[in-house]
Structure formats: structure tokens, C-alpha cells
Design a protein around this ligand. Structure first.
Ligand code: SF4
Length: 397
């Protein structure tokens, strides 16, 4: 039975509550669901029901296509002037001995290590420190582009941009234009957490507000550029806070169309100030992906970070609205591992990623950052593929 037949069968189910049936009908007719219906999905939608709806949307848009990219991360520092309660990664400046601070040269050396590797993207994000200011990042981006012009620079979130623009005394529009001129090509989705102030004040009170986060993305989109958005879920927020978060994103997307991908981020409770809060179950994670796919009908892609949720859950998520499972990573990020993710050495070869996707009957597509197809691996033969070379990052204390 295909995805549409499954949805039509669901609509015939006499045991299904009327409100859930109304939502299913809207999905079949490609209609937007409203805020109250989003909350109903969280409160009443069982996993199997949500999977049918989300998979219908996923297959209408992408068929079996499942995207990934070949990328590596640079995390300039894990020291940070902020003190977000959920953060397992940051070491405050007073804990400097547990941190690292890369110099410009360190970071350019990391880029050069990949000179002979077929990566398409460098993803740069980390803590916030005064020395990593606007001129520093302008020079970093322009140096990377001068060294390897085709490498896509996806870097920093509104948390960093708000901080460095304020320090440089430039407004958001000017700041984003100058970053673009320096070589910035897209923005990742981090720093969004939960937008509603009742929650944001408690878990991330000093960094940029929801409005500031959204304004910075809006200025970036006005330049014709693309970005992603995240939501940190499964901690102290209630279901309606999640819907409120997605609603704000959906409204901005209506205005600009600049978001590519929505990425739900599961709260992990290792080594942070919220360690007493239990983590969400896999069932809840899958429900959340599915509801995101249903609610954000104006976003093209829903992504699951396989390194954060495990390879098996990433495979499962492909039936619950997810069409992108991120990249090879090459063991270059510590953000997930320090928060207690299942993957403690997150790197997969292209072959492993392709096999993971094929194993659940989907079509592996390597994409670049902007979702242009790099290689369709449906019928690719890997016999001659060299073993992946994992490059371990230096840690500068
Ligand atoms: S989440 Fe980001 S801004 Fe907050 S403390 Fe951690 S590194 Fe700093």
C-alpha cells in the first residue's frame, strides 16, 4: 500500500476521533493545519496515525529520496560568555582549563586537512567569546573561500551574530551584508531553543531573544540567502510551546521563503544544569518529527541528526517525515557527544551512510548545502572506495 492509500484507509477508520480525522483530511488536501490542531496532534496523535500523515507529506514531496551531505565541523571554542542551562558543551570562562580556543591558523589548518577530500561544506559553530568578533569571522570566512572557493561556508547562529554585531555597533542588516561579502553562504539553525519567553527565560535567558533570532534570519533571507531552523525539545516546555515555536517559524517562512530545513533537536541530559530532567523516549522523538513535518508544510525538509539520535532511530525517522539525515561529520563535532548522544565518535563513511539509507528502502542522495544533487547513490558501486580517513581535532587547552 502506498502512502496515499494508507492515508485514505485511515480516513475510513470509524474509531478515529473526529478532530484527528479532520486533520488527516486537511493533510490529504494539502491544507495548512492551525495552532489548535497542532496541539491536538501532540496531545492525541498516536505514533501510527502521525506516521501515516507525515509519511504521506514526505513521499508527496520527496518520494524515497533521502538526503545527506559530506561535511566537517569546526567548533572554534567551547568556552562561552553565556550559561544556557541545557548546555553540556560550554565551559564557562572560569573553567578555561577544560576548554579549547582555536586560533585563526588552527582553523585554517583544519580546512587544509580536507584539501583532498570530496567534502562540500564546512559547518562552523561554537561558543561565544569576545576575541571571536566580527573582524575575526570576516577574516576567517574570506580566508577559507580564498583557499578553497567551492567549499560552502555555513556558519554561526544569531546567538553569535547578535553578540558580534552589538560589539561592532552595526545593525543586523548591515552585519549580515558584511558577513555575506566576507564569504558566508548560509546559516545553520542553532540557538533557537524554544522561542516562548516563559521557557527561554528559564533555560537560555541572556542570549538573543526569539525576536532577535528571527530578525537576523529575516535580514539574511532578504539578501536572497538560505538558512535552517532548529527546536530544542523534550525538557521543561509544554506541547503548546513547541507549536508556538513552529508557528513563529512558519510565519517568517511565509514572508521570506528562506528556510530550507527544520531540525528538531532532542534535549540530552548529560553533564548540564538540567540533568535531573529525563530524556524523551524514541516514540516521543518520532512523534515530534512527524508533527513537525505536518505543521511546517512550508518547509521543504525535515532533518534528523543521526549522530544525536543514533543510527537506528535515524532510520526509523525516515518513515515519520524525515528526509535528511545530515552528513558524514568525520568525527569533527563534540556538541552531540558531550551532551550524551549515543554516537561518541560520530563519523560515517559515505558507503556506511548510503547502506544505512538503503537498508530501510529509501534512495540515498548526496546533496550540497543548498540541496543540489551531488550524487544519486541508488545504483552506485562502492567496491573501490578507500577507507574513510578520520581526522582527529587538536584540543588546545
Ligand atoms: S548553548 Fe551556545 S550560547 Fe548557550 S552556553 Fe552553550 S555554547 Fe554558549
Amino acid at each position: 500500500m502506498d502512502a496515499e492509500q494508507s492515508l485514505r484507509v485511515l480516513l475510513e477508520d470509524t474509531r478515529l476521533a473526529d478532530d484527528l480525522k479532520d486533520i488527516a483530511r486537511k493533510v490529504l488536501n494539502h491544507e495548512r493545519i492551525n495552532f489548535e490542531e497542532g496541539v491536538i496532534l501532540y496531545e492525541k496523535g498516536e505514533l501510527s496515525y502521525l506516521g501515516v500523515l507525515a509519511n504521506y507529506i514526505r513521499e508527496q514531496r520527496h518520494g524515497d529520496k533521502t538526503y545527506f551531505n559530506r561535511n566537517f565541523h569546526i567548533e572554534p571554542t567551547n568556552l562561552c560568555v553565556y550559561d544556557c542551562k541545557f548546555c553540556s558543551y560550554s565551559r564557562l570562562i572560569k573553567q578555561r582549563s577544560e576548554g579549547w580556543e582555536y586560533t585563526m591558523e588552527d582553523m585554517l589548518n583544519i580546512v587544509k586537512k580536507y584539501d583532498d577530500e570530496p567534502v562540500t561544506e564546512v559547518h562552523i559553530v561554537g561558543g561565544v567569546l569576545p576575541q571571536y568578533d566580527m573582524p575575526f569571522y570576516q577574516q576567517l570566512f574570506s580566508s577559507i573561500k580564498a583557499h578553497r572557493p567551492e567549499l560552502h561556508v555555513k556558519a554561526l547562529t544569531p546567538v553569535e551574530y547578535h553578540y558580534i554585531f552589538k560589539k561592532a555597533k552595526v545593525d543586523y542588516a548591515t552585519g549580515m551584508r558584511l558577513m555575506k561579502e566576507s564569504g558566508l553562504e548560509s546559516m545553520p539553525g542553532g540557538g533557537a531553543e524554544i522561542f516562548h519567553p516563559d521557557v527561554r527565560e528559564l533555560i537560555a535567558k541572556d542570549k538573543c531573544t526569539a525576536d532577535q533570532w528571527l530578525q537576523i534570519h529575516e535580514e539574511w533571507h532578504k539578501l536572497g540567502m538560505r538558512s535552517n531552523a532548529t527546536m530544542l525539545y523534550g525538557h521543561i516546555e509544554q506541547y503548546w510551546h513547541r507549536v508556538d515555536h513552529m508557528e513563529r517559524l512558519r510565519q517568517l517562512q511565509d514572508r521570506t521563503g528562506g528556510f530550507q530545513t527544520f531540525i528538531p533537536l532532542k534535549f540530552r541530559n548529560k553533564d548540564n544544569q538540567m540533568s535531573d530532567i529525563p530524556e524523551s523516549s524514541v516514540i516521543e522523538d518520532l512523534r515530534n518529527y512527524a508533527i513537525a513535518r505536518i505543521y511546517l508544510e512550508n518547509f521543504d525538509h525535515i532533518k534528523a541528526y543521526w549522530a544525536m539520535i543514533s543510527r537506528t532511530t535515524a532510520q526509523l525517522s525516515l518513515n515519520f517525515g524525515v528526509d535528511d539525515i545530515d552528513g558524514t561529520l568525520d568525527d569533527t563535532t563534540k556538541i552531540y557527544t558531550m551532551a550524551g548522544a549515543e554516537e561518541q565518535t560520530p563519523g560515517m563513511s559515505t558507503k556506511q551512510l548510503v547502506e544505512l539509507i538503503k537498508a530501510v528502502g529509501r534512495q540515498p542522495i548526496e546533496r550540497d548545502t543548498l540541496y543540489h544533487v551531488v550524487t544519486d547513490y541508488s545504483n552506485h558501486d562502492f567496491i573501490d572506495e578507500p577507507k574513510p580517513q578520520f581526522y582527529k581535532l587538536p584540543v588546545v587547552n
